[in-house]
Design a protein around this ligand. Sequence first.
Ligand code: ATP
Length: 374
Amino acid sequence: MYVNQLSLQHYRNYDTLSLNSFGAVNLIIGRNAQGKTNLLEALFVLALTKSHRTGKDKELLSFGSDHAVVEAEVEKKYGAVRLELRLTSQGKKAKLNGLEQRKLSDFIGALNVVMFAPEDLEIVKGTPGVRRRFLDMEIGQVQPGYLYHLQQYQKILVQRNNLLKQAWGAGPELSTMLEIWNEQLAEHGVKIIKKRKQFIRKLQKWAEQIHEGITGGGEKLKLSYLPSFGEAEEEDEAVLLQQFMIKLSQVKDQEIRRGMTLCGPHRDDVSFYINGNEAQVYGSQGQQRTTALSLKLAEIELIHEEIGEYPILLLDDVLSELDPYRQTQLIETFQSKVQTFITATGIESINASRLRDASIFHVQDGQVQGGAKE
Ligand SMILES: Nc1ncnc2c1ncn2[C@@H]1O[C@H](COP(=O)(O)OP(=O)(O)OP(=O)(O)O)[C@@H](O)[C@H]1O
């Protein structure tokens, strides 16, 4: 897919902006704090209806504004699609080709993006919550049904936790209530677990190959799903359901004591191994960064495999962090098949000579100039 045109209204430090001279590679150049990331973020928000760097939509509205609009025309295999997302402090509304979508999950996936930003290092280094968010965002993008189960699961989890908090010393009616919640929790929970395991299995195939390429064959990357019950390889829904119910009955007393749900996909994690050693514990900063990069590049191939089209790639401030060999590997990987948006503080910090058909945009204080091919 290919973004032909992008307009912003009252989005962060952009009052109004309309750009339409995008190329296959787009370099967004500017000093710090001028609005480069904001531009990539707007594309990310249009794809996923959420920012990659804040959970608070209000922060996306320009200071003093009560709404923001992001619009784009995206060329896809079967024709052009117009996307519009309107954000207000009360909520958001999405339109596809002028038609308002009843559910945001019907809108997510019209534009697919893969973003690689400095904070992605946290996927390897950070807490399990960061890795679960990574899985949820990426799976949700290609399988909107996943988001439905995730939302239902989260709602049930809150209610079940509330019940557990009041449960200490309660009578037999508690067990009946808990059993009802258990069934609902497990019903949606196993769908999430199954999709995550499938995603990890498919991502592994691409990530291993890409990581080997980036490291000149020196490193073997392995991904492993760490479930809070059962075997990592088990993907059969009926088996997972049974295991989940058994685990819930095993931890019941402990859950009542602690007032929280102790097993399920909200407690799962993923581990990354380089040549058999856990990257989070033993990996150098460079190895962890390369692992995150391999995962992101693998995602590009996975999305292509799932939907038959390449997503757009957003590289925020990361090219200059890579050594020239890794930069070249990265550029060669996306060049000619993936439309790419790259931010940098200066053109000299990136290996621009490797880039073909690049459009250059200069950003200063929420104003954008350029778009000429160089
Ligand atoms: N809601 C908002 N309304 C208006 N301006 C905002 C809002 N949120 C952030 N900004 C402004 O946007 C600018 C930061 O933009 P951005 O994060 O895109 O920087 P950048 O050009 O990517 O810089 P760097 O190279 O440092 O990463 C800051 O000047 C900040 O004050």
